[in-house]
Structures are given as structure tokens and as C-alpha cells.
Design a protein around this ligand. Structure first.
Ligand code: ADP
Length: 500
């Protein structure tokens, strides 16, 4: 282990935040068969820790704990739940630096970006601590004079939350925050690539006084854990962020016990630059939308569609900006591009670039593995990209920006919508009428106008078409964990009259 990494892990261990066991019913627990799995630092390949490798049995126990805890947690007042969440938020913020280091260690993103994720992730807990108090019902005007109709909102029950590796903290907090605020309890299954941040966050939840069993964490054999969550009648909700393929499996699996499902799946985000855009704004926006987290987010621009009048100027300025992105270990000074998560991710990026080049794309910048080795890939710009190339059809999930040229607004809208995905889209224009026209014509759940960073805890995040179901963040994120109970009250003294 390198000296730098050792001191970071030592400090994390001293602070009690380097947890390696699963959390079930408030207790840190090994896998029942003692199995462990290695968590690696993608920048160096070094093993950071060995964590419990759990499966169906542990998950069943975690579900039972969550089910028992639901009884009391759901019956607390909203103010009491709110206090617990607020305390958790305070602790996440108090440990911002350590959590950021943990994210950089296991996920690879630059430390500044990792600390930014802690800020962003913690805000979901803060927001939902506030929102817990606003689960209002309704009174519906009754159809007969002696009747009263009410709608009460009630927590759906135990929720299974399955999360990916690209945001080891934020993908968890934006599920667990609203779940707990509503009165649900959770079994979280973080990605096996990045379980350490999840475990540290769970440790802080315990320290915040969130009762045992309200937040449980299991990781290990993903299909076994998934099956246990899907088949349990006690789990009433599955909330998932990850690949479209796994999302479809979970949706099908949830049908067996008719669970509520929300899914945040893959995107294929178009970033459309019109002739009338401000060049600087477009370059900076596209840069942020494309290269954040080395291109490993589901809202990352996957296709940069540029109108012919500005194409050459944009390609030139954008390539210059991309050339300045410093690649390296996320702990390095000034580094803004970390490694890809693993070898499979690297090979996928290579395949996509090779496919594009073999079909006529031109490499303006990069286009190969970085000299740093490991899973580092050079920030890449491709021009002359066509719609039928793999880079246009599927998510590259890496630091590759394919530029496609278009002539008219109609053509741009057609190209942008010509995909099964519908998560994020970006447009750059200074024309107000065009802003509205194009935004409304885009079949996407999120549209950024002259802006490349559009995620915030106060607005609903989610996709249309095969990018998913449901919304996370904002007041709408609460609905995913609530059921509407229709309460019908008849005045008993008049019952006989009614029956006549
Ligand atoms: P990614 O390509 O982003 O890793 P995945 O969909 O493979 O996306 O992974 C997202 C999450 O889903 C991870 O926590 C992973 O372990 C989990 N996962 C993968 N396969 C299954 C499955 N069959 N059942 C339940 N969870 C799964």
C-alpha cells in the first residue's frame, strides 16, 4: 500500500468511519459464511479494505430488522424523524473531508469533486429533514351531506435501495432521505465497487440516533441480495439507480409481489449547440456536462450535436478546453479527471472509440489509453461522428465527447430524440423562442438551458422512456415512498336513513 493511501486509510480508521461489515438491526455483522470481497482504489489497483460479502440470508435478516423497525419509526411524529435526519446531515457535513477522501479512494473522482458530492449528497438529507414535516393529506368535498372523505398519506413500508458506484454517497442519500422522512425503513445495497462510503454514512446515521434497523446495509452477491429483496412480501418498494438492463430485471422481479418501483436508468444525453449560442458558455457547459466524474454519470452529455454554422469554431475551442483537463490520481493537485472505475469500463470506452474511428470519425484529441496506465483514458474529442455509431447509440460512460453536425433545429430535435433513453438533455442558445420550442420538444426528464450542471436536491430528477420511472429530489421524491389512504367516514347516526 502506498504511503499516501495508508495515511488516508489510517486516519479514516481512527475516525471510526472505515467500516467493513454489513449493518443489520444496528449491529455490524460479518457475512454468515465469513466471506469477504476486496475493495480497490481504481487509481492504483491497491486493496483499500476487505468487506463482508453477503447474500440472501443476511438480506432476509436485514429485511426482518427493517420490518420490525418500521412499526416504531413510522409511528414517530414527523418532527422526531426530522430531528434524526437533521442530526445525520450535521454529521455528514462535519465529516465532509473524510467522506470525500473515502469517495476518492474507492471511486477515483478528484478529491474536490468528491467533497462536492458530499455537499450535494448531504443536502438531500437536509432537504428531506425539512420535507418530513410537510406530508399533507387532503379533504375531498363529499358526495353526500353526512359523509366525509379524507386522503391520508402513509409510508409504503420497507424499501430496498440498490445503488451504483458513480456517486457512492449521493445515490444513497437521495433514496434514504425521502424514505426515512416518510416513515419508511430501508435495506441499502451499495455497489460492491464502492461500499465503504455507504458504510461510513450508515455509521453516521447510527451516531445521529437514527434507531437500529431503520437503516440496514448489505453488500456482496448482487443477484442473491436482489432476489431476497424482490421476493420478500415485507419489502414494499424497490428504488434503484443503475444500468437499464438490471433495472428491467428488477422491475420484472418486483411484479411477483407487486411492489412500488422507481428506477433511474441509463441516459444518452444530447448536448445541442445552436449557431446562436454564446461560444464560451457552450464550451464551458458542454465541458461540465461531459467530463464531470470522467464522463461516468447518467446525465453526462453523450452526444454533442453542433449546428453547422458554429461547428468548426466550437470544435476548436472545445478541444482546447479539453486539452487542459489534468488527468491523474484524484488526490493529485489540480487533477480534474480521475481513472475509470475498472477494466471493463476502460475496454468499453476503447471499443466505442474504435467503432467510431472505423466508421469514419476523426480523433481531434486523445483517443487512447492514458500513459498513466491503470484505467486512465485520455480525454477525447471525436468529430465527424454519425448517428449509427456506437458512441451515438449507447452510453459511453467515459471521457469521450463525440461531435455530430446538424443543419436545422428540426434535424437536431429528431437526432436528440432518436433513442430509447430520455434522462437529461442540454441546449445552448440565446434565442428565447427556440429555448421554449426545443425544451418542450425534447423527450427528456431534465433539460439544461445554457447550463451543464443541472442536478439539485430541490428539483425532481428522473427520466422518461427507458431511462426510468419516478423522481428523486424535491417534494416529488417523497411521493415515491408514500401511499394514499382514502378514508371514508359515514356519520353512523344517519346510517339507517342512508340504507333506506
Ligand atoms: P453499473 O453498470 O452502473 O455498475 P449495474 O446496474 O450493474 O450498473 O449496478 C448497479 C447496482 O445494481 C449495483 O449495486 C449492482 O451490484 C446492482 N446489481 C447488479 N445486478 C443485480 C441484480 N441482478 N440484482 C440486484 N442488484 C443488482
Amino acid at each position: 500500500m502506498s504511503v499516501g493511501m495508508k495515511s488516508v486509510t489510517d486516519r479514516l480508521r481512527d475516525s471510526g468511519l472505515l467500516r467493513t461489515q454489513g449493518l443489520i438491526g444496528g449491529k455490524w455483522i460479518d457475512a454468515y459464511d465469513g466471506k469477504t470481497l476486496e475493495v480497490h482504489n481504481p487509481a492504483t489497483g491497491e486493496v483499500i479494505a476487505n468487506v463482508s460479502c453477503m447474500g440472501g440470508k443476511e438480506t432476509k435478516d436485514a429485511i426482518s430488522s427493517a420490518f420490525d423497525a418500521f412499526n416504531s419509526w413510522s409511528k414517530l411524529t414527523a418532527a422526531e424523524r426530522s430531528k434524526g435526519l437533521r442530526k445525520w446531515y450535521d454529521l455528514l457535513m462535519a465529516h465532509k473531508e473524510e467522506l470525500g477522501q473515502l469517495i476518492t479512494l474507492e471511486q477515483g473522482k478528484p478529491l474536490k469533486e468528491a467533497v462536492g458530492e458530499v455537499d450535494y449528497g448531504a443536502k438531500f438529507i437536509e432537504f428531506y429533514a425539512e420535507e418530513a414535516k410537510r406530508v399533507y393529506g387532503e379533504i375531498i368535498p363529499a358526495t353526500l351531506p353526512d359523509r366525509r372523505l379524507f386522503v391520508l398519506k402513509q409510508p409504503v413500508g420497507v424499501a430496498g435501495a440498490i445503488t451504483p458506484w458513480n456517486f457512492p454517497l449521493a445515490m444513497i442519500t437521495r433514496k434514504v432521505g425521502p424514505a426515512l422522512a416518510c416513515g419508511c425503513t430501508v435495506v441499502v445495497k451499495p455497489s460492491e465497487f464502492t461500499p465503504l462510503t455507504a458504510l461510513a454514512a450508515a455509521e453516521l446515521a447510527l451516531q445521529a440516533g437514527i434507531p437500529p434497523g431503520v437503516v440496514n446495509v448489505v453488500m456482496g452477491n448482487a443477484p442473491d441480495i436482489g432476489d431476497a429483496l424482490l421476493t420478500s412480501p415485507q419489502v414494499r418498494k424497490i428504488t434503484f439507480t443503475g444500468s437499464t438492463a438490471v433495472g428491467k430485471k428488477l422491475m420484472a422481479g418486483a411484479a411477483g409481489t407487486v411492489k412500488k418501483v422507481s428506477l433511474e436508468l441509463g441516459g444518452n444525453a444530447p448536448c445541442i449547440v445552436f449557431d446562436d449560442a454564446d461560444l464560451n458558455v457552450a464550451v464551458n457547459g458542454a465541458l461540465a456536462a461531459k467530463f464531470r466524474n470522467s464522463g461516468q454519470t447518467c446525465v453526462c452529455a453523450n452526444r454533442v450535436l453542433v449546428q453547422e454554422g458554429i461547428y468548426e469554431k466550437f470544435a476548436d475551442a472545445f478541444s482546447k478546453a479539453v486539452k487542459n483537463l489534468k488527468v491523474g490520481d484524484g488526490f493529485g493537485e489540480g487533477v480534474v479527471q480521475g481513472p475509470l472505475i475498472n477494466k471493463a469500463a476502460l475496454e468499453k470506452v476503447e471499443t466505442f472509440v474504435e467503432d467510431a474511428v472505423s466508421k469514419g470519425a476523426k480523433v481531434l484529441l486523445g483517443g487512447r489509453r492514458h500513459s498513466l496506465g491503470m484505467t486512465f483514458y485520455e480525454p477525447t474529442v471525436l468529430s465527424n461522428v454519425k448517428s449509427e455509431m456506437l458512441v451515438s447509440r449507447e452510453e459511453v460512460f467515459g471521457p469521450v465527447a463525440p461531435l455530430l453536425c446538424f443543419k436545422t433545429e428540426e434535424e437536431a430535435i429528431h437526432m436528440a430524440n432518436d433513442t430509447n433513453a430520455g434522462l437529461a438533455a442540454y441546449i445552448f442558445t440565446n434565442n428565447l423562442q427556440r429555448t421554449w420550442r426545443v425544451s418542450e420538444a425534447l423527450e427528456y426528464g431534465l433539460v439544461g438551458v445554457n447550463e451543464g450542471l443541472i442536478s439539485t436536491e430541490v428539483a425532481p430528477f428522473g427520466g422518461v422512456k427507458q431511462s426510468g420511472l419516478g423522481r428523486e429530489g424535491s417534494k416529488y421524491g417523497m411521493d415515491e415512498f408514500l401511499e394514499e389512504l382514502h378514508l371514508f367516514i359515514t356519520d353512523a347516526t344517519n346510517l339507517n336513513d342512508l340504507l333506506l
